[in-house]
Write a protein that binds this ligand. Sequence first.
Ligand code: FES
Length: 104
Amino acid sequence: MERRFACAADDLQPGSSLTVKGEPAVALFRNTAGEFFATADSCTHELWSLGEDSDLEGNEVLCPLHMARFDIQTGKPLCFPATVALQTYAVEVDDNGSVHVLVT
Ligand code: FES
């Protein structure tokens, strides 16, 4: 398992996301409640970076390419055209406010 630094918690505003570079790339989301969740960066429908360009509403992320939605907590697809779940990853925020993703 790899514990990969993602960002400082204060650098990711609620309701937004970023891509954590590496192999595999990881999408880190922060919901409006301030909680962090991480999934595979690439939409499972076609190749599209959800960390770099998507819309987050609550715990649902919308892929703007063909409008698939996923639950960022479970990775499950919520509507077509996506039918395959996103891989999910654990997130840790340490005492210094650094956010890490745990990539298996
Ligand atoms: S690439 Fe995401 S819905 Fe098609």
